[in-house]
Design a binder for this molecule. Sequence first.
Ligand SMILES: [Zn+2]
Length: 185
Amino acid sequence: MRQSENYIEAVRDLIEICGDDPNREGLEETPYRVLKAFLEYTEGYHENPKHHLEKVFDVQHEGLIMVKDIEFHSMCEHHFAPFFGVAHIAYIPSEKITGLSKIARMVDGYAKRFQVQERLSNQIVDAMDEVLHPQGVMVVMEAKHMCMCGRGVKKGDAMTMTTATRGVFAKNPDKRMEFLSLLGK
Ligand SMILES: [Zn+2]
């Protein structure tokens, strides 16, 4: 492990490479703040998000359970630029269901890492699949990527949508349609 002083130095170098003076008053404390902020953006590395789902309840429920509009904030691993939006998750349980807030915590645990939206979507359905063994699970994620807004192609309104499916949602297009129509997509 490198010492945190090295990281502070690295951010100071970055400021200089960008063309500003790291000793300028407004920037003096910035490397510390950047380091602190990055540790917060990536605090998901210090937990196993699957554990949140392990609080389960036995329920006789044959139908679809959907949690809509789970807000998330993540960090694009290619540019270290934020991407953020909402996740919608549906699953059809076998015997076990989990608390709705636990699902949101699990999403957070994977989002707060250096990510790509495609992998994030897959990690979310895999966690649901492995812990709850549902008949099927599906996620739809909609996000705005700052690396597409403020730089590069500068498409500020572009939303990126990803889906990932397991079980009956992967096998049966009618199940996917049921979810998407509930979502109003
Ligand atoms: Zn990016």
